[in-house]
Each structure stands twice: as structure tokens, then as C-alpha cells.
Design a protein around this ligand. Structure first.
Ligand code: PLZ
Length: 451
């Protein structure tokens, strides 16, 4: 039931783009009408094609369309959707037991996933991990642990940051619409600092890293007081904020400041983790060793799982029973994670991610060179984005972004948007996407700009 291509294990699904109806097609539209009577509009969908199958680099819908997947369900299905090894592991586990609750009667796979997290996350110090259900829950727990261990209240987050939709993580999230609007009051003791956003830094990208770090450190010191800060929470490449790579030097300066002041550095690697950026974790790029790391998304091949990994001396401090949850580290998710991690390691998906970046960046650079509406091309590995602007080269162009995304969708390429200003097209292909689909996707994108 599997086929090898480019060294990756692929599902049997034909790896082709096929557009046989308008998108969404008639059956999807029917299902959508049904959905509107059952699901409130507060839960959106980027492209309401209703899915029947997905694998390798494609998503197949109820109308028989096969779309090229440049989204991976928001950076989740890095090993490919329904990866055969993941599917097998989950089916086997489902036949044995589906749940006991790790806090009631434990099982080995939870321990094995934590061992893998301790081994793979940055730094060779002794670590411990806990498992929870979602990225937001991981960030919540990291903050709980940081406050407990430091005895301090304040948490520092950054402009353009995204950390989830629960009360605390929504508070940590920067963008009002759609994440926060009307959902307040927010959690106390969260402070927001400037982010080193090279493309939009007033004195130019070359000054961005040191200047932004100096501003953030000055504001933390003056407005909060370093000794009141439990932790900074930061994405090593900002995801929902628009795939912003903090300018070089910014993360190391913040990490150093944290270390000097007893502040815990929490790297939110929920979107960047597990080979997505061409390193196993994006922090590795500048040699950052965080005190706590949150992971989710790509960890378990599409099953819900998240983790908090941290220095043993930090993690071991919390009182017995202080951390947990009914479903955290569910056995199906753990089986999936062990299979996904095996695929990531044995199929060298970090290298594959780098190859995706090396393939995409020159193509997008050429697009930017001939089309001034593409203001910036950025990202690492298989986490790549373009920022779209108006004639002045800097004003965000969210209308064009929506238009281009719509043209891609109509032609069978699933792309996502992002960014504080809604003007970023982001690309997160599965790391196992076949080369011909990656290239075809880039052709469709070129056409969308030409048309
Ligand atoms: N931290 C860095 O990217 C989730 C959000 C999609 P959950 N990003 C996708 C949406 O609109 O809800 C994310 C992230 C980073 C935390 C999270 C939260 O992870 O698994 O969605 O809770």
C-alpha cells in the first residue's frame, strides 16, 4: 500500500493536480450549506472544499478535485497526510487500547515521546517533557511552569506574535482581528515588546536586530523591571504574524538578557518545530538553547499532541499533580508521534525541508524581481512567505493577497495567508511533497501574479 518517491514514503494517492469542477465544486457547496446550519461562522475555513483523502502533496475533495497542498493543515502534516507508517501505528494502537489517561494508568509510548523530545530539542542538558493536547495548551503550561519556578508574574510577548486562542494565549497573541476582538478582558501581567521585523524596521533591515533588541530590553527594564519577569515567550520564526524571521542577533540578545536576569526563555516552536525550517527546531539556527520549548503541529503526523520540554531542574520543581489533563499524551497520538519522528529522522526531512527552501526561494526571488507588488521574500526550509505591498513598496496590500490566494485556489493550489496586515502569502508544503508538484505549485503562483 505504499510507493517510494524521492526517498519518501508516499501514500498511494495519485500525486497529481486535477481540477474537474469549479472550486469549491457542487458537492462541496452542498456540504457547505449543511455546515452553515450546524457550525457557526466563528469557525472559518480557508477553502471550503470538503476532503475525502489526502497524502503526499495532495488533498482530494468530494468533487474529485486533487489540489496541491502548500498548507499541510497549517504546518502539521510534515510527514505527509495519512503517512502509512503513522496510519499503521495508530490503527495498531487503536486495536489495543485507546485511552487510560496517563494520570490514571500510564503506558510506555508517552514516556518514549518524552524521551524523544528530550533528545531532539536544542541543548544537551538534562530535560523533562510533559504532553498535552494543543499548541495553546503547551504554551499555557510553559507559562504556568515558568511562574511557579521563578515566583514571578510578568510574561513578555512580542509584536506580531501568535500563541493560541485560550484566554492566556490569546492575551499573548498580538493581533486583534480575528483572534481577540470582543473576547476580553484579557489575562493580566502580559507585556508586549517590539519585534525585529526586518522588512518593516524604520532604519533598515541591517540595523534591525540590535536596535529592536535594545528597545525590547530597555522597555522590559523600564516598564516591568527585569526581576519581575518570569518568562519571555517567543516564536523563533513568527508564524501567524507573517513568517517574520527576527533579524540576526535579536534572539541571541534577548536570550542573553534573560539568562542574566533569571528570566526563562520559552521558545514557542509549535509552528517551526520538527524539521519545518530545515533544522529540527528553528532555535538551532542561531544556536539558542531555550529553557522551555513548546511543540505541537508537526509532532504527530496530524493527530492532536503537544509538548512542553524544559530543563530538568525547572520541570521537576512543580509539585506532584500540578500538571496534566485527561487526554494529554493520548496513546493514539503518542503512537503517531513515534512513527512521525521515526519518519522525520530516517527520511532526513530536515534536509528535505532545506531542499524545498532552496527550490522555492530563487523562484520567488525572480517573481519579486519582476513584480514590485512582491515586497519581501523570506523564510527558511519549508516555511516560506512573500509579503505583498502597494506601489510605494511598503504599504500592505491585503486585497491583492486575497486575490492571488483566490486565483491559486481556483487553479488547484492550496495556499494560506498570514500577517498582522493580512498581506502575506505563506507556503508550508508537506516535507514529502514530490518535486513535480512543488514546481507546478510555483508555476500556478507565477500565473496568479501574471493574470
Ligand atoms: N503557537 C506558534 O502557530 C497555532 C493557528 C490557527 P493550537 N497556529 C495556527 C488558528 O487560526 O487557530 C499556534 C502557533 C504557535 C501556538 C499555536 C496554537 O496551537 O494547536 O492551535 O492550539
Amino acid at each position: 500500500m505504499r510507493r517510494e518517491a524521492y526517498g519518501q514514503t508516499m501514500s498511494e494517492l495519485p500525486q497529481e493536480r486535477r481540477v474537474v469542477t469549479e472550486i469549491p465544486g457542487p458537492i462541496s457547496r452542498e456540504l457547505h450549506a449543511r455546515r452553515l446550519d450546524a457550525v457557526p461562522p466563528g469557525v472559518g475555513s480557508v477553502l471550503p472544499v470538503y476532503v475525502t483523502d489526502a497524502g503526499g502533496g495532495v488533498i482530494v475533495d468530494v468533487d474529485g478535485n486533487s489540489l496541491i497542498d502548500f498548507g499541510s493543515g497549517i504546518a502539521v502534516t510534515s510527514v505527509g497526510n495519512a503517512n502509512p507508517k503513522v496510519a499503521e501505528a495508530v490503527a495498531e494502537q487503536a486495536a489495543r487500547f485507546t485511552h487510560t489517561c496517563f494520570m490514571v494508568a500510564p503506558y510506555e509510548s508517552y514516556v518514549s515521546v518524552c524521551e524523544a523530545l528530550n533528545r531532539l530539542t536544542p541543548g544537551d542538558h538534562e530535560k523533562r517533557s510533559i504532553l498535552v493536547n494543543s499548541g495553546a495548551e503547551a504554551v499555557e503550561n510553559a507559562v504556568k511552569i515558568a511562574r511557579y519556578v521563578t515566583g514571578r508574574d510578568a510574561i513578555v510577548a512580542f509584536d506580531h506574535g501568535y500563541h493560541g486562542r485560550t484566554l492566556l494565549t490569546m492575551t499573548l497573541t498580538a493581533k486583534n482581528m480575528p483572534y481577540k476582538h470582543g473576547f476580553g478582558p484579557y489575562a493580566p501581567e502580559v507585556y508586549r515588546m517590539p519585534m525585529a521585523y526586518p522588512f518593516r524596521w524604520p532604519s533598515g533591515p541591517e540595523n534591525c536586530g540590535p536596535e529592536a533588541a535594545a528597545q525590547a530590553i530597555d522597555q522590559i527594564s523600564k516598564q516591568i523591571g527585569a526581576t519581575n519577569v518570569a518568562a519571555v515567550v517567543i516564536e523563533p520564526i513568527l508564524g501567524e504574524g507573517g513568517f517574520i524571521e527576527p533579524a540576526p542577533g535579536f534572539l541571541p540578545a534577548i536570550a542573553e538578557f534573560c539568562k542574566a536576569n533569571g528570566i526563562l526563555f520559552i521558545a514557542d516552536e509549535v509552528q517551526t518545530g520538527f524539521a519545518r525550517t530545515g533544522d529540527l527546531f528553528a532555535c538551532e539556527h542561531e544556536g539558542i538553547v531555550p529553557d522551555l520549548v513548546t511543540t505541537a503541529k508537526g509532532i504527530a503526523g496530524g493527530l492532536p499532541l503537544a509538548g512542553v520540554t524544559g530543563r530538568a531542574e525547572i520541570m521537576d520543581k512543580v509539585h506532584p499533580g500540578g500538571l496534566g489533563g485527561t487526554f494529554g499524551g493520548n496513546p493514539l497520538s503518542c503512537a503517531a508521534a513515534l512513527a512521525a519522528i521515526d519518519v522525520i529522522e530516517s527520511e532526513k526531512l530536515t534536509e528535505r525541508a532545506r531542499w524545498i527552501g532552496e527550490t522555492m526561494l530563487p523562484r520567488l526571488g525572480a517573481l519579486a524581481a519582476r513584480d514590485p507588488r512582491v515586497g519581501d521574500v523570506r523564510g527558511r526550509g519549508a516555511m516560506i512567505a512573500i509579503e505583498l505591498v502597494k506601489e510605494d513598496g511598503i504599504t500592505p496590500n491585503p486585497e491583492l493577497t486575497a486575490e492571488i490566494a483566490g486565483r491559486c485556489h481556483a487553479n488547484g493550489l492550496l495556499v494560506l495567508t498570514a500577517g498582522t496586515y493580512g498581506n502575506v502569502l505563506r507556503f508550508l508544503p508537506p516535507l514529502v511533497i514530490p518535486e513535480h508538484l512543488l514546481l507546478e505549485g510555483l508555476d500556478i503562483l507565477d500565473e496568479a501574479f501574471a493574470g
